[in-house]
Write a protein that binds this ligand. Structure first.
Ligand SMILES: Nc1ncnc2c1ncn2[C@@H]1O[C@H](COP(=O)(O)OP(=O)(O)O)[C@@H](O)[C@H]1O
Ligand SMILES: [Mg+2]
Length: 234
């Protein structure tokens, strides 16, 4: 039987309820930059969507609101059925553990190795050392980084650092993955390795939002594309 709002047990999110839901969301940076204006978006559980638009359109701002790194000026954002503005710090922390984010500026630690950067994210989620080693080996293999496993990330190229950030975001197989310009520094081959990883995670149930102005990754892809122009959805 298809789960609906009426027959879903309490606490379990029904399939017909959006996994990420924005209602008339605006973000104004003081004094007067309207980064996002009246954005309403519903993303289903298990969906993969591309968020496109030129530089400055508001993509990064939107992802930051969804992962609670910033708050909207107006509007409501629900993730997994929870209104983000109503969550207590502890609840927010729990929710964030299920969200993997690959930031546009990576935010990896340059003095730690590739392995250590990814491993830290998995230890926070109480993964066992064996699970951590296996998962990291798999991810590095998939992202063509195996030979960089024990290199400090500060010594890597931008493209390699970018893939480390993606591996870390994907490491715990989060229920929601946000990737901000994930192929910005990659060549054709590594771009497709990254896209294959996203598809694999998505097939396993992860909801994914990819912010990108790189047409080659979304042009012929069988996924929904949302376009921002100067902070508005078009
Ligand atoms: N912290 C901030 N303070 C002021 N303005 C900001 C801030 N973050 C982003 N902006 C502005 O908001 C707009 C959208 O930026 P951003 O979300 O980074 O766009 P995109 O990721 O699509 O390139 C831009 O005009 C940018 O300059
Ligand atoms: Mg951006």
């Amino acid at each position: 039987m298809k789960k609906t709002t009426e027959n879903t047990p309490p606490g379990e999110i029904p399939v017909d309820k959006p996994f990420v839901d924005l209602v008339k969301v605006s973000k104004i940076f003081k004094p007067s930059i309207t980064a996002l204006q009246d954005i309403s978006i519903s993303i289903a559980r298990g969906e993969l969507v591309f968020l496109t638009g030129m530089s400055g359109a508001g993509k990064t701002t939107l992802l930051k609101l969804i992962c609670c790194l910033d708050r909207p000026t107006k509007g409501v954002i629900e993730v997994e059925g929870k209104d983000l503005s109503r969550l207590k710090p502890k609840q927010l922390q729990l929710l964030r553990q299920n969200i993997g984010v690959a930031y546009q500026n990576f935010r990896i630690l340059p003095d730690l190795t590739v392995f250590q950067n990814i491993s830290m994210a998995m230890e926070v989620a109480y993964r066992s050392p064996t699970v951590i080693r296996r998962r990291i080996d798999d991810l590095l293999n998939m992202l063509l980084l195996t030979d960089k496993r024990d290199t400090e990330t500060g010594k890597l190229s931008r493209g390699e650092q970018q893939r480390v950030a993606i591996a870390r975001a994907a490491a715990n197989s989060p229920s929601l993955l946000l990737a901000d310009e994930p192929t910005g520094n990659l060549d054709t081959e590594t771009t497709w390795q990254v896209m294959n990883l996203f598809k694999q995670l998505n097939d396993a149930g992860t909801t994914i939002i990819i912010a990108s102005h790189d047409e080659t990754i979304y042009k012929n892809a069988p996924f929904r594309t949302l376009k921002l122009v100067q902070g508005k959805l078009v």
